[in-house]
Design a protein around this ligand. Structure first.
Ligand code: UP5
Ligand code: MG
Length: 190
């Protein structure tokens, strides 16, 4: 387990709901370290790791990479960072991710920040992003939406039943979404 006292906030929401964008704002204002599970997996592909091809294929299909791979990357990032406050963006994506992370790290999230947005708006954002991501094409986007509804929404429901979800209307402009986020993070003001 992780023998280091840390505060973790899970940042969840559909593909293109604005997780990465808002995490950058939270880092700047509240001193968290941003760990995007997707970014860590994409870096793993680029590094030429033995799992790279498997990860690349799963991302192309919008599928969830096996927990042990993602958890190992998150654990290493937490231990290699001097900070004790982390935003974990885009993880856990299914019940198995959630249970395995809890069992392996013994970390419980402080709360879950959940960005709510319509698929229509998320699709528009992803198709406009133009950052060359392998999964930003309409075929993969549809698969990502399906996996989100089937596997990730139940994780949000699990935390909601524990009173841990802070839900934000993420369909508004970026600065308005951040105004709502600020209210939730004010407890971390320096
Ligand atoms: N934008 C942002 N906010 C906006 C706003 N309020 N108004 C208008 N535009 C807004 O934003 C997306 C785009 O929208 C950007 O162009 C932005 O400027 C604009 P972004 O902040 O990037 O949204 P985000 O929610 O981060 O979207 P992302 O595509 O990263 O979400 P995903 O959850 O799909 O991607 P992730 O990188 O987390 O995962 C990718 C894949 O990796 C998964 O499908 C899966 O295959 C794999 N994966 C795992 O297997 N396990 C994991 O634990 C994590 C990932
Ligand atoms: Mg992202």
């Amino acid at each position: 387990f992780i023998d280091k006292k840390v505060t973790v906030v899970f940042v969840l929401g559909g593909p293109g709901s604005g997780k990465g964008t808002q995490c950058a704002n939270i880092v700047e204002h509240f001193g968290f370290t941003h760990l995007s599970a997707g970014d860590l997996l994409r870096a793993e592909i680029k590094s030429g790791s033995e799992n790279g091809t498997m990860i690349q294929n799963m991302i192309k299909e919008g599928k969830i990479v096996p927990s042990e791979v993602t958890i190992k990357l998150l654990q290493k990032a937490i231990l290699d960072t001097a900070n004790d406050k982390f935003l974990i963006d885009g993880f856990p994506r299914n019940e198995e991710n959630r249970a395995a992370f809890e069992n392996v790290t013994k970390i419980e999230p402080e709360f879950v920040l959940f960005f709510e947005c319509s698929e229509e708006e998320m699709e528009r954002r992803l198709l406009n992003r133009n950052q060359g991501r392998d999964d930003d094409n309409i075929e993969t986007i549809r698969k990502r939406f399906k996996v989100f509804m089937e596997s990730s929404v139940p994780v949000v429901e699990y935390y909601n039943s524990k009173g841990k979800v802070r839900k934000i209307d993420a369909a508004r402009p970026i600065d308005e979404v951040f105004d709502a986020v600020k209210g939730i993070f004010s407890q971390f003001s320096k």
